[in-house]
Every structure is written in C-alpha cells, then in structure tokens.
Design a protein around this ligand. Structure first.
Ligand code: NAP
Length: 242
C-alpha cells in the first residue's frame, strides 16, 4: 500500500499516537502536516518524518484556527487527501466531583475539535470528490469510571463519524473511527500503577498496545485499498472489548 503523492493532516502529532501516525503515513509516502498545540514537538516530528512534512501550531478547539490550517494546506499543496483527528486530552474525575471546566475542556478538544476539523476538511474533500477522514475515538466510549467527560466526547465522535460518513459518501470521502484500548503513551503513563496493572490484566493479548499498533490501522484506512470501507469503528485494543 502506498500513500505516494497524498497530503495528510494529523492533529496532536507532537507525541504519542499522533507521532506514530505521522511517522507511518510519511514512511508510506504521504506528505504530512503535523499539527499540535505544542509546535516544538510537532516540529521535531515533522523533521523526523521528512518527505516534505511540516509542522503547524493548532488548537483544535478554535474553529478559526482549524479553518486557517485547512486553507494553508490547500494553498500550499493544492490538495488534502487525509485528515486524522487524533488530538485528545483527558481530565478524569468522578462524576460527583467533576468541575464544569473539566467537562468543557474535554468536550471542546475531543469532540468539538473533531467537528471543527472535519467540517473544514469536508469542504475541500467534497469538491475534490475524494478523501479519507480517520477519527481516533477510544474504547472508553462505552463508559469508564472517572471519565464521564471523555466517554461522552468519544461516544460523540462515533455519532459524528457515522453522520459524516453518510453525508460524504456521495463525494467518495470515507470516514471511519478507531477505538484504541490501553496504549502506552504519556496519557496512560500518568495512571497510578495499581490501576494500570488492573487495566493491562483485562487485555487478552496480555500487553498494552503501542502507538504503532494504532498507526498501522490508520495507514490502511488512509490507503486507496480501503476505499470501500466507511462508517466503521475498529477496535485496536488487544481484545480489550471482547
Ligand atoms: P498524548 O500522548 O497526550 O498526546 C496528545 C497530543 O495532542 C499531545 O501532543 C498534545 O499536546 C496534543 N493536544 C492536546 N490538546 C490539543 C489541542 N487542543 N489541539 C491540538 N493538539 C492538542 O495522547 P495519546 O495517548 O497519544 O492519545 C492520542 C489520541 O488517542 C487521543 O485522542 C486519545 O484520546 C486517544 N486514545 C488514547 C488511548 C491511550 O491509551 N493512550 C486510548 C484510547 C484513545 P500537549 O503535549 O501540548 O498536551
């Protein structure tokens, strides 16, 4: 599978799963725009990717910033083939202790940010009559203690994915979601050891996932070969949700 001559945007590209996705798409031939609130990290990843990759500051929670990035990419490359909505945060707390701020922050980045980027990209992809949108949701969409905000946002991403898939199918734009399980990144390294061990014990394949495990599925969904797959939700969790 080759992504030669394709242009991709990856949000939250500065580390973790977004970094692995950027590296994989570039290795498969795409020119990757590494977008992140942390532009230093995104710049490092873009340099490592090579293949014409470049970095952009982006807060996905800001609609105008999302619109500006899509315009900058299409001005520069005259195309946008792949959007990976990966940026995400968690602000965990039990429901009865969760603050308004914790709720709003997570919804703004993990759900509204996906909407802002998808809306802006869909305008370009509809006109082009092709495109791939891949949303990184989470196994937590099904509900997880301490993650009311995160679970709600990630479940919302699945509804958004399926609706966008229906609306954009006539333009040959596919929209799919991936639900990672427990992946070894900064996001999960902050979890207390005891809870981490409990989570890992629930994984039938017996290990946490690596960012590259998610990146491989993104690369497939981004390829021409995946052109007849849309509105799907793919678990990448080592059997976590059996
Ligand atoms: P991570 O290591 O925390 O990396 C997330 C990246 O996104 C960071 O570079 C972060 O920048 C950036 N970011 C945060 N807010 C942003 C915003 N408003 N706009 C643009 N970029 C932003 O997380 P990860 O584990 O790689 O997770 C990536 C995605 O996978 C997330 O959507 C997450 O919910 C999902 N996921 C992860 C797991 C897991 O086990 N790790 C499981 C299921 C789903 P800063 O460095 O400045 O914060």
């Amino acid at each position: 599978m080759s992504l030669d001559n394709k242009v991709a945007i990856v949000t939250g590209a500065g580390r973790g799963i977004g970094e692995a996705i950027s590296r994989k798409l570039a290795a498969d031939g795409a020119t990757v725009v590494c977008a992140d609130v942390n532009v230093d990290d995104a710049g490092r990843v873009a340099r490592d990717c090579g293949q014409g990759a470049w970095a952009s500051p982006l807060d996905v929670a800001q609609a105008e910033a999302c619109d500006r990035l899509i315009s900058a990419v299409t001005d520069r490359h005259k195309r946008l083939d792949i959007l990976v909505n990966n940026a995400g945060i968690n602000r965990d707390a039990m429901l009865h202790k969760m603050t308004d701020e914790q709720w709003h922050q997570v919804i703004a980045v993990d759900l509204t940010g996906v909407f802002f980027m998808t809306r802006a990209a869909s305008r370009v992809m509809r006109t082009a009559g092709s495109g791939r949108i891949i949303n990184i949701s989470s196994a937590s969409w099904m509900g997880n203690i301490g993650q009311a905000n995160y679970s709600a946002a990630k479940a919302g991403v699945l509804g958004l994915t399926r609706t966008a898939a229906r609306e954009l199918a006539r333009s040959q734009v596919t929209v799919n979601a991936i639900c990672p399980g427990f992946i070894d990144t900064a996001m999960t390294r902050g979890i207390p050891d005891q809870i981490r061990d409990q989570q890992v014990a629930k994984i039938p394949l017996g290990r946490p996932g690596q960012p590259a495990d998610v990146a491989a599925v993104v690369a497939f969904l981004a390829s021409d070969e995946a052109g007849y797959i849309t509105a799907e939700v793919i678990n990448v969790g080592g059997g976590y949700v059996i």
